[in-house]
Design a protein around this ligand. Structure first.
Ligand code: PLP
Length: 441
């Protein structure tokens, strides 16, 4: 059903779901069950031995989650997906599926703060080292590889700089060494498809644009099915050495044999990590996210077109010192947004309000329609002043290193009418010196 279909169609019809096999219900049903009746003892034994695939227990799989997983996989052009309880759990699983104690991975420096904490502190305590590479030069990734480097990690559209990541450039480097690139595509569903540019795995916080309504926390890993986990067995021991926790399974070998598909990464994440670490996405939350997913292609168009109009307005405003948006970067970094983003450059905008911290605070407090929240990707327009909130524990130097200047405000442009968005920005920036709204709407 999903092959060769457009995102608008996949979002509604993808995932091998036409109607509920038991009731013919058209909307995806919410299967609130922990467990599933086995047909007989052989059936149960076959499921546990992975000789047959089917439902065992909702910590590991659920039919509602299954539709969501298949639809997100299809939207990304991947082969399989695994949902988990949050985007944060998805990033944790993404790394733990390839790294064990003593291993390392190379990550872009441009990351969500929660991911930085996870990589720098929590994974370090588990013996997994994160090495940071500045993505402005892709070769920085190559310089940090050693024989225990297991993956590369980056975000498609990271804030505050909003520099689109050089996906193909870095994935090409990785593939020379059998190192997969894992892309967090949270900020750019539909408009960027990292797997088409060589990434092996995509991670999503479903909480943001895919859920889209600020109602549900969730995360997902998508297996691109385009990476050979057995090419260099020493590089990927978790996919080539026998797994004592699962009857000696060599995941990179056994999964393609059993399924006929290159989905070893997704299967291992499900049957080892979900089994052992828990953190499944509750079916209720999967159902909530499906409601958002069904319209995400439409919403992304409106997010992007509204953001472009807001950027044009903000660039002319005398109380704005600088506007940060993917297409405004000069040279190669600006070119990357054209190369990798199709149909728009996203909803996120950074602005530097003239007058530093006080002006940034005043601007946020003066917004009437925008919500002041620590979130992105809601259908509603959102704003935050990082220097006094998310980044308030940092010193002035650390703030600047993170790209957060005192007057920096992050906007996540919603799907309201663009004139109303611009009017709210305009009144909050102060009436003086405002350009004509007609010029940009
Ligand atoms: N990745 C990115 C880019 C994010 O912005 C966030 C949250 O803000 C996460 C991951 C974590 O997602 P969640 O809040 O669903 O755990």
């Amino acid at each position: 059903m999903s092959k060769n279909k457009h995102p608008e169609t996949i979002a509604l019809h993808g995932g091998d779901y036409r109607s509920d096999p038991a009731t013919t219900a058209v909307a995806v049903p919410l299967y609130r069950t922990t467990s599933y009746q086995f047909n007989d003892t052989d059936h149960a034994a076959n499921l546990f031995a992975l000789k047959e695939f089917g439902n065992i227990y909702t910590r590991i799989m659920n039919p509602t989650n299954d539709v969501l997983e298949k639809r997100v996989a299809a939207l990304e052009g991947g082969l399989a997906a695994v949902t988990v309880g949050s985007g944060q759990a998805a990033s944790t699983f993404a790394i733990m599926n390839v790294c064990q104690s003593g291993d390392n991975f190379v990550s872009s420096t441009d990351l969500y703060g929660g991911t930085v904490n996870l990589f720098t502190h929590t994974l370090k305590k588990l013996g997994i080292e994160c090495r940071y590479a500045d993505p402005s030069d892709p070769s920085n990734f190559e310089k940090l590889i050693d024989d225990r480097t297991r993956c590369f990690y980056a975000e498609t559209l990271p804030n505050p700089y909003l520099r689109v990541f050089p996906i193909k450039e870095v994935s090409d480097i990785g593939r020379k060494y059998s190192i997969p690139l894992i892309m967090d595509n949270t900020a750019a569903p539909v408009i960027c498809k990292p797997l088409e540019h060589g990434a092996a795995v995509v991670v999503h916080s479903l909480t943001k644009f895919i859920g889209g309504h600020g109602t549900v926390i969730g995360g997902c890993l998508v297996d691109g099915g385009n990476f050979d986990w057995t090419k260099d067995p020493k590089r990927q021991p978790l996919f080539n050495e026998p797994d004592a926790s699962y009857g000696g399974a060599q995941w990179g070998v056994v999964v393609p044999q059993l399924t006929g598909a290159n989905v070893s990464y997704a299967v291992r994440a499900r049957v080892v990590l979900l089994r052992d670490l828990g953190a499944p996405l509750a079916p209720d939350n999967a159902w909530g996210i499906i409601q958002g997913l069904e319209t995400v292609p439409l919403r992304m168009k409106q997010h992007c077109s509204n953001a472009e109009k807001a950027v044009a307005f903000l660039q002319k405003h005398k109380n704005v010192d600088r506007v940060i948006y993917p297409t405004l970067h000069k040279g190669e970094i600006g070119e990357r947004s054209k190369k990798y983003m199709k149909g728009g450059s996203g909803a996120l905008i950074g602005i530097e309000v003239k007058g530093g911290v006080e002006a940034g605070k005043k601007f946020i407090e003066s917004l009437k329609m925008f919500y002041h929240v620590a979130n992105i990707g809601d259908a509603r327009s959102l704003a935050i002043h990082p220097a006094t909130t998310t980044h308030s524990q940092l010193t002035e130097e650390e703030l600047l290193a993170a790209g957060v200047t005192p007057g920096y405000v992050r906007l996540s442009i919603g799907i309201e009418h663009p004139d109303d968005i611009i009017a709210d920005l305009d009144q909050a920036l102060g009436a003086s010196g405002k350009p004509s709204l007609k010029a940009v709407s």
